[in-house]
Design a binder for this molecule. Structure first.
Ligand code: DAH
Length: 353
């Protein structure tokens, strides 16, 4: 028995020294001290011995048990420490490394102009209304006093989807929709921003897609003076406090009279420069008094209600304000262009006022 105990101890020591990690040690502990392990086996053999032998061998077995347990625990602590240190070494974080830069985007110039316009008109009590981009011919043209075959339709070459549906060529149909939908046929004060489409060949000043912002005011006793006052506020807000506006006669089928509206050049103050082509004025939008036919087509009595309407192009405003010479820049997603309007470049302030 004594020999067996010595042999077991020797074998255990060998295995202990071969253990490479805490997992192997745990397995070793189970192997030697478990219920079916060699130590238990020795203990069960005690019953075959005499009382004196039992005492001696029993003590030896207990010793062996304690030693195995202690040595495994010691070794376990050492290996555990080693493993923790190795893990720390491997997972080391280098806090001196520079952080990767976060790219800050900016607001697209068209969105910026649209936001500015919305803010201005909301402050004057206007509501914002949007309409469908796939529009009925009825609203895009007919209700706006452009019946089928009207020559002015040619000025707005259209993308038709069916005989009666097209991609809207202007945001004016939204004014017809809002008037139509107004059950009480009462006053209206709206702006209608949105995307528009025309079958144009793209070049520096034409794009098959662009945006517009329509304005419409319907009420009793509305006159050209109201239109003038409103657009003067608009011109000063968008192009500077010293701006003046002037009216020139124009033609739009949905307004009578129709007007082209110019703003005094914000670069030269009206003296004449390349931006205003030496005229001192820059054409900025179309407007007029709502044509009686349009009022009638949408259920309003022109003897009771009048209105003014205007249509402006955020692209044109942005091009003038920021000195952009090609409308295609807005739609070709060239980062060199878009980055001019990010916050890092101070895009909020780089206007050519
Ligand atoms: N819809 C017109 C266009 O695309 C712009 C316009 C002009 C709208 C005069 C109006 C207006 O409401 O009164 O050319």
């Amino acid at each position: 028995m004594k020999e067996k105990i010595l042999e077991l101890q020797k074998k255990f020591n060998e295995k202990l020294n071969e253990s490479k990690n805490t997992k192997e040690l745990q397995e070793l502990k189970i192997e030697y001290l478990g219920k079916k392990g060699p130590v238990s086996e020795l203990t069960s053999m005690l019953s075959t011995l005499s009382i004196d032998e039992k005492k001696e061998v029993g003590a030896l077995i207990n010793n062996l048990k304690r030693e195995i347990s202690e040595e495994i625990d010691n070794m376990y602590n050492r290996l555990e420490m080693l493993e923790i240190n190795q893990k720390l070494e491997k997972d080391k974080i280098d806090i001196s490394l520079p952080a990767s830069k976060i790219k800050v985007g900016g607001t697209h110039p068209i969105t910026r102009i649209t936001d500015e316009l919305e803010e201005l008109f909301i402050s004057m009590g206007y509501d914002i209304v949007e309409g469908p981009e796939v529009e009925l011919d009825l609203y895009n043209f007919e209700k706006l006093n452009l019946p089928k075959g009207h020559p002015a339709r040619d000025a707005q070459d259209s993308f038709y989807i069916t005989d009666e549906e097209l991609l809207r060529t202007q945001t004016s149909p939204v004014q017809a929709r809002v008037m139509d939908a107004n059950v009480e046929k009462g006053p209206i004060r709206i702006i209608c921003p949105g995307k528009t489409y025309r079958r144009d060949d793209d070049d520096a000043t034409h794009s098959h897609q662009f945006t517009q912002m329509e304005g419409l005011v319907i009420d009793k006793d509305i006159s050209l003076a109201d239109l003038k006052g409103t657009l003067e506020i608009f011109a000063k807000k968008m192009f500077g406090d010293d701006r003046e506006i002037r009216f020139r006669p124009g033609f739009f089928p949905f307004t009578e009279p129709s007007l082209e509206i110019d703003v005094s050049c914000f670069k030269c103050g009206g003296k004449g420069c390349p931006l205003c082509k030496n005229i001192g004025w820059i054409e900025i939008l179309g407007a007029g008094m709502v044509h009686p036919n349009v009022l009638r087509n949408c259920g309003y009595d022109p003897d009771i209600y009048q209105g003014f309407a205007f249509g402006m192009g955020p692209e044109r405003i942005a091009m003038l304000k920021y000195g952009i010479n090609d409308i295609r820049h807005f739609y070709t997603n060239d980062m060199r262009f878009l980055n001019l309007f990010n916050r890092v470049n101070g895009g909020e302030n780089n206007e050519t006022k």
